[in-house]
Design a protein around this ligand. Structure first.
Ligand SMILES: N[C@@H](CCC(=O)N[C@@H](CS)C(=O)NCC(=O)O)C(=O)O
Length: 213
């Protein structure tokens, strides 16, 4: 199988973390011609990363769909917790990360201090604060998001927290540290070598496009 990915994308990083942590047999490549290019759109009309090319040539876009496929295809890898209730909580954490933490109004247009609309920034930061509270509520009190080993929920939450940590630096507002369970989670999951690898890749991707961030 082949994953089309870019270093900085939190959605692609989600799948890369699963591949590294679970030693899945997937090659990782940049999209041919870049995201949105005619060559890449010929493969996947949505034109975004990640996309996964299966052994039969089927191309799957959308990180959530790819993660569900990998959990089904490699049931012994532990991407999905065995107990139904834990699996549901893992999906819920991934969904909160997608819809409320990285989703919603974007802080990216406000990164440069010149002409920044501070009232808009404060309103968005408050929304992110609330969304992080939802993560805090549903996280386990353990090293990983659900239980004692890395699952798909960690793969979704870690890359999103990378951006939240970046927003903390840029805007000077405490976000992760404002939620005690989330703060402890970020510190403990950060000791995982696969998490460190993906965060370093994202950081390299960020430095390439926004050195000041
Ligand atoms: N909902 C999609 C989002 C994917 C996405 O937005 N990818 C961005 C990078 S973070 C992308 O490829 N953007 C390039 C483009 O829109 O041309 C997923 O979960 O995979």
């Amino acid at each position: 199988m082949k994953l089309y990915s870019r270093d900085l994308s939190p959605f692609a990083a989600r799948v890369r973390l699963a591949i590294y942590a679970k030693s899945l047999p997937v090659e990782i490549h940049e999209p041919p011609g870049g995201t949105g290019s005619p060559d890449y759109r010929a493969l996947t009309p949505i034109g975004k990363v990640p996309s996964l090319v299966l052994d039969d040539g089927t191309v799957l876009p959308e990180s959530d769909t790819i993660m569900e496929y990998l959990a089904d295809r490699f049931p012994d890898a532990g991407l999905r917790p065995a107990k139904a209730e834990d699996a549901a909580r893992g999906r819920l954490l991934s969904r909160i990360a997608d819809l409320y933490v990285i989703g919603g109004p974007s802080l990216f247009p406000h990164l440069a201090p010149e002409g920044r609309d501070q009232a808009a920034v404060d309103a968005i930061l408050e929304e992110k604060h609330q969304a992080l509270g939802y993560l805090n509520l549903y996280l386990s009190d353990t090293r990983y998001a659900v239980g004692d080993s890395l699952t798909g929920a960690d793969c979704a939450v870690v890359p999103v927290l990378f951006f939240i940590a970046m927003f903390e630096n840029v805007f000077g507002r405490e976000l992760i540290g404002a939620h005690s369970k989330l703060e402890a989670y970020w510190a403990s999951v950060g000791k995982d070598p696969h998490v460190q690898k993906v965060l370093a890749q994202m950081d390299a991707g960020l430095q390439a496009v926004m050195p000041k961030a």
